[in-house]
Design a binder for this molecule. Structure first.
Ligand code: NDP
Length: 240
C-alpha cells in the first residue's frame, strides 16, 4: 500500500537518496529542507521525472513553533505514516575546546528536532494503526569517536528514544528503528575522511553509498518489516 512519507533533511546527501527510493516504492514523499530548498526542489524534479510524486516542505527542525505550523498543514491532508528523521549536523571539536554553542546546536538539531517533528505526527499515525519511523543515527554513538562528544551524545539519545518510543507504539502497528551508518559518501563525510583514512578504518575499504542507506530505510519502512522494531541497525562496511 502506498503511504505519505516525510523525510527531514531531504535536501542533503543521504536524505535525497532516501526520498528518491521511497518515491520509487510508490509513496508520496515530502522532501524536507531547511536552508537548501533549491536542492530539495531538484530532488522533487528528479522524482517527478521518474514518474513519482513528491513535494517540498521547509522548516528549521530546532524551531518548535514553525515546525508545528508546517506539520499541521501536512496533517490537514491526512496522517503521515512514514517518517524518516534524517536531518542532522555535526560540528566537531575535541571536548576541552568545544564551545557551548557547538554542544547545543548539534544536540538541538538531532534531539529537539526529533521531538519537534515526531511528536505532532504521532496521534494521527496511531489512529491510523500503521506507521514506520526511522531515525538516522551514527556509528559514533555506538563506538564513540574522538572530536564528536556532542554528535555521539546526540545520536546516542536518538537510539535511546527510538527504543522507548518503539515500546510505546508497538501494539499500534507502528515500528520505530534507528539506522547507524558508518562512513557514507556525502558532502558531510568528504571533508572528514580521505581515501587513506577510509582504507584504514573500513574493512570493505570503501565508503558506503547514500543509496545503500536508502535501501535499508526502504526495507524498514516496508510492509514486510512489520516485526522489526526497537532496533539500531548498523550499515558500515564491517567497521564493528
Ligand atoms: P548533509 O549535510 O548532506 O545533510 C544534512 C541535512 O540536514 C540537510 O538536508 C539539512 O538541511 C538538514 N538540516 C540540518 N540542520 C537542520 C535544521 N536545523 N532544520 C532542518 N533541517 C536541517 O548530511 P548527510 O546526508 O551526510 O547526513 C544525513 C544524516 O545521516 C544525518 O543525520 C547524519 O548525522 C547521518 N549520518 C551521516 C553519515 C555520513 O557519513 N554522511 C554517517 C553517519 C550518520 P538544509 O541543507 O536544507 O539546511
Amino acid at each position: 500500500m502506498k503511504r505519505r512519507a516525510l523525510v527531514t533533511g531531504g535536501s542533503g546527501g543521504i536524505g535525497a537518496a532516501i526520498c528518491k527510493r521511497l518515491a520509487r516504492e510508490g509513496h508520496f514523499v515530502y522532501v524536507h529542507a531547511n536552508r537548501g530548498l533549491e536542492a530539495a526542489s531538484a530532488v522533487v524534479a528528479d522524482i517527478s521525472a521518474a514518474g513519482g510524486k513528491a513535494q517540498t516542505v521547509s522548516f528549521d527542525v530546532t524551531r518548535a513553533d514553525t515546525t508545528q505550523t508546517a506539520l499541521e498543514s501536512l496533517l490537514n491532508e491526512g496522517p503521515i505514516q512514514i517518517l524518516v528523521n534524517n536531518a542532522g549536523i555535526h560540528d566537531d571539536a575535541v571536548f576541552p575546546g568545544m564551545s557551548a554553542d557547538q554542544w547545543h546546536t548539534v544536540i538541538n538539531t538531532s534531539v529537539d528536532g526529533f521531538f519537534n517533528v515526531t511528536q505532532p505526527l504521532m496521534m494521527p499515525m496511531i489512529r491510523s494503526r500503521w506507521g514506520r519511523i526511522v531515525n538516522l543515527s551514527s556509528i559514533s554513538a555506538i563506538t564513540g569517536n574522538r572530536g564528536q562528544v556532542n554528535y555521539a551524545a546526540a545520536k546516542g539519545a536518538l537510539n535511546a528514544a527510538t527504543k522507548s518510543l518503539a515500546l510505546e507504539v508497538a501494539s499500534r502497528g507502528i515500528t520505530v528503528n534507528a539506522v547507524a551508518p558508518g562512513i557514507i559518501t556525502t558532502p558531510m563525510s568528504k571533508s572528514a575522511f580521505d581515501d587513506e583514512a577510509i582504507a584504514r578504518l573500513v574493512p570493505m575499504k570503501r565508503a558506503g553509498l547514500p543509496e545503500e542507506v536508502a535501501g535499508l530505510v526502504a526495507y524498514l519502512t516496508s510492509e514486510e518489516a512489520a516485526y522489526v522494531t526497537a532496533q539500531v541497525l548498523s550499515i558500515n562496511g564491517g567497521m564493528i
